[in-house]
Design a protein around this ligand. Structure first.
Ligand SMILES: Nc1ncnc2c1ncn2[C@@H]1O[C@H](COP(=O)(O)OP(=O)(O)OP(=O)(O)O)[C@@H](O)[C@H]1O
Ligand SMILES: [Mg+2]
Length: 260
């Protein structure tokens, strides 16, 4: 069965149609990249799929069920998680506490309330903390668990964001520019991490301007322009598509190394 089916999805902001009449299907498994110029609608698409925004029209089905308009925490509970284009780190907290914030999404608020101040809560918290430490190990940040988040190098912060997104145990993980601002070594670390998540059975949707990373790693690429699908296919097909080169890849080549 398809994991995610988007049909005639539209989202307008006043007169701007950020996503228009967009349809595509993602099978379970694989790394699916969404590329396109600034303002093409990539982040808006993520906001729609993760419940941050409601669609103006169209449908989004996850594992066969309509999810359009459900709030982010319900979608997290169903297995959809994401990172944000701008770092959403609490810099005054420790690295492990930043991950715990993600895991608390998984705990029912009423249950937490009932358990408040009871030893059971401390047990739940201890387990959550062990889980958070395991996630940090997963992204290569074991040595930084107790460090304040503001002491982390940039590439490590990007991996911390991924660890936090993993705390809700997603089946579908949407990453909005996970390598933006990273140097070559940091980008290689992100690439290795994405491959290992894929090997764990997580389906990845990647928005990224780093074309070397995208072309290396993607099983399937969707090209957006003005909120619409311009092209779709394997890296080789998309890379050689004249419309894609004209709308985006020409610019991307010019901006190589300075991606937003
Ligand atoms: N909350 C909002 N209110 C009004 N307009 C918005 C909002 N979010 C996005 N837009 C507009 O929708 C369009 C698509 O923006 P979006 O952020 O989805 O693009 P993007 O493909 O992620 O671009 P980038 O590569 O620069 O991140 C743009 O014209 C943007 O100005
Ligand atoms: Mg964006």
């Amino acid at each position: 069965m398809s994991l995610l089916v988007v049909e005639r999805l539209t989202r307008s902001f006043g007169g701007v149609r950020a996503v228009q009449d967009l349809s595509f299907t993602l099978p379970a498994g694989g790394i699916h990249s969404i590329i396109g110029p600034n303002g093409a609608g990539k982040t808006t698409l993520f906001n729609l799929v993760t419940g941050v925004l409601r669609p103006t029209g169209g449908s989004i089905r996850f594992k066969g069920e309509e999810i359009a308009g459900l709030p982010p925490e319900r979608l997290a509970a169903r297995g959809i998680s994401r990172t944000f284009q701008n770092l959403q780190i609490f810099f005054n907290m420790s690295v492990v506490d930043n991950v715990l914030i993600g895991s608390h999404l998984r705990l029912d608020r009423n249950v937490l309330h009932a358990l408040f101040r009871l030893p059971a809560l401390r047990r739940v918290e201890r387990q959550a903390r062990r889980d958070a430490e395991a996630l940090l190990e997963r992204v290569g940040l074991t040595d930084w668990c107790e460090a304040p988040a503001d002491s982390l190098p940039y590439g490590a912060l990007k991996r911390l964001e991924i660890a936090r997104a993993l705390a809700s145990r997603p089946e579908l993980l949407l990453l909005d520019e996970p390598a933006a601002g990273c140097n070559e070594k940091e980008t290689a670390e992100i690439e290795a991490l994405l491959k290992s998540l894929l090997a764990d059975g997580i389906t990845i949707v990647l928005v990224e301007h780093d074309m070397r990373l995208v072309m290396n790693i993607s099983d399937h690429i969707i090209v957006l322009d003005h909120g619409q699908m311009l092209a779709e296919g394997r890296a080789r097909e998309v890379r050689n598509d004249p419309a894609v080169i004209e709308a985006y890849l020409g610019q991307a080549a010019l901006a190589a190394g300075h991606a937003s």
